[in-house]
Design a protein around this ligand. Structure first.
Ligand SMILES: [Fe+2]
Length: 199
């Protein structure tokens, strides 16, 4: 699915907003995999200082993804036609995910106003729900929303999306710029011949 989608993007333009979103998804998914492993490293006696530090970094990145969700909601989703029910469900998931992420930050002692008692069982529970919900959320966006947008939006519309993305701002972990994000995509993607070959 991802390869097919990227193949279509190459026919529109190389520096594409969907490329940026998918690159951010990749960073988020890497941190979810890390979160899953880190939680397994905790045991009933607690978590090591190193594990807690790494958990804080994971929580910080996940919370830092709010700008990604905001760009989707405010810029991309309103341009996707005929998917109102799905888009409504995804927006509700953004809210649920934000709550889960703030809870995670509170649990691992990061900078967050939420005051949550640290319990390892709570941490494990939140991490499991967050990992599953966010992975499934990303799957729905990449398999249903992004292809629908790529199918229907004009080049002019994508340029507006790119401008509005710039105005909205990126996550602190987004590749150095939207352009560099896409370059990385082109260099690493197995379909780079499609990306580079279609002119
Ligand atoms: Fe997303």
């Amino acid at each position: 699915m991802k390869e097919r989608l990227l193949g279509k993007i190459s026919r529109i333009e190389a520096t594409h907003p969907i490329c940026v979103l998918m690159d951010e998804h990749e960073r988020i998914e890497q941190k979810l995999a890390e979160l899953r492993l880190l939680v397994l490293e905790t045991d009933l006696s607690g978590a090591s200082a190193d594990t807690m530090e790494r958990l804080k970094e994971v929580a910080r990145l996940l919370l830092g993804a709010e700008s990604h969700h905001r760009r989707e909601e405010q810029v991309l989703f309103p341009r996707v036609q005929g998917r109102d029910e799905l888009l409504g469900a995804l927006k509700r998931e953004h809210e649920e995910l934000a709550t889960l992420k703030r809870t995670l930050v509170g649990l691992v002692g990061g900078d967050c106003s939420a005051s949550v008692a640290v319990t390892l069982s709570g941490l494990r529970q939140i991490a499991a729900v967050l990992v599953n919900t966010l992975r499934e959320h990303i799957r729905k966006e990449e398999e249903m929303v992004y292809p629908a947008a790529v199918e229907t939006l004009s080049l002019r519309a994508w340029r507006q999306v790119a401008n509005e993305f710039e105005a909205s701002g990126y996550c602190y972990f987004t590749a150095r710029s939207a352009f560099l994000g896409c370059v990385r995509c082109m260099l690493n993607c197995p379909t780079r011949t499609l990306l580079l070959g279609d002119g």
